[in-house]
Design a protein around this ligand. Structure first.
Ligand code: XMP
Length: 254
């Protein structure tokens, strides 16, 4: 089963579109066991209310890809959830390929990549590996932070068409052409979600981070066309993560 189908079925069955970003602030590396325990506890507390887990460097750096992170991925899978690596792969093709092979070998079902590097000798090798192994590739289209305007929001000149277009529109079109499994568009820019949704329709789902801690609103993002909501600190740093996850998942039925 493809990654895209796996997450769609999980979301439908559990009636939630929340992707948990399992992020925690820096801790002294000596506290690695505590960090792993904390991550397991949050997963345990919220797994009924989420449709996937996204892991970032917050965990892979201190825990190691094939040590603590892999243990965590096994637990995520045991809960019937797919695991996404937010590595924003952004290098030359041969390096990208190795990055993807390691993350997929660790058990990740999908990874996030940056379309700025282009297709040939850029992201093509990741897509080749991913689709051979039935894994997913999700592309950045417009990030959730303010500075995103400088790159994802810039106007570019397309020498093939002779037209000027916003960078994120070009990335959305590439996501369609490259058969990406999703695009990331910040919940902080709902007007961009709507514009990108116009281009993608239901063919490529929109993943939207930036809820809560970064100021984005879940309902607005969904109304604009986001299929999945990526939520981190709002849940992981909450006094009661279950309560927040229940609230967010009940607001947003898939
Ligand atoms: P918070 O705590 O802000 O965490 O809910 C969000 C998580 O998502 C990551 N993030 C992004 N990832 N494109 C991405 O691929 C983005 O535009 C983006 N914005 C936030 C962030 O690093 C954290 O893991």
């Amino acid at each position: 089963m493809s990654f895209r189908t796996k997450i769609a079925e999980t979301a439908k069955k559990k009636k939630t579109r929340i992707v948990l970003a399992l992020d925690f602030p820096y801790q002294n590396p000596e506290n690695r066991p505590t960090l792993l325990t904390k991550a397991q506890q949050v997963l345990e507390a919220v797994h009924p209310y989420i449709c996937a887990v996204k892991i970032n460097h917050h965990l892979t750096l201190p825990l190691g890809t094939f040590n603590g992170t892999q243990q965590l991925i096994n637990n995520i899978h045991a809960r019937g959830l797919p695991a996404i690596m937010d590595c924003k792969a952004n290098d030359i093709g041969s390096t990208n390929q190795t990055i993807a092979e390691y993350y997929y070998a660790a058990g990740f079902d999908a990874l996030i990549a940056n379309p700025f590097v282009g297709w040939e000798e850029g992201l093509q090798p990741i897509f080749d590996v991913a689709h051979k192994q039935q894994r997913g590739v999700i592309l950045l289209a417009y990030m959730s932070h303010k500075g995103a305007a400088e790159g994802y929001g810039q106007t570019i000149y397309n020498s093939e068409t002779g037209r000027k277009t916003p960078q994120y529109v070009s990335f959305a079109k590439k996501a369609l052409k490259w058969n990406a499994d999703g695009v990331v568009v910040g919940a902080t820019v709902p007007e961009k979600i709507a514009e990108i949704h116009e281009i993608l329709g239901e063919k490529v789902p929109i993943y939207s981070p930036g809820i809560g801690a970064q100021g984005g609103a879940a309902e607005t993002a969904v109304k604009a066309g986001a299929r999945y909501l990526i939520v981190g600190r709002e849940i992981t740093l909450a006094q009661n993560p279950t309560e927040i996850a229940v609230k967010l998942s009940s607001l947003q039925t898939a």
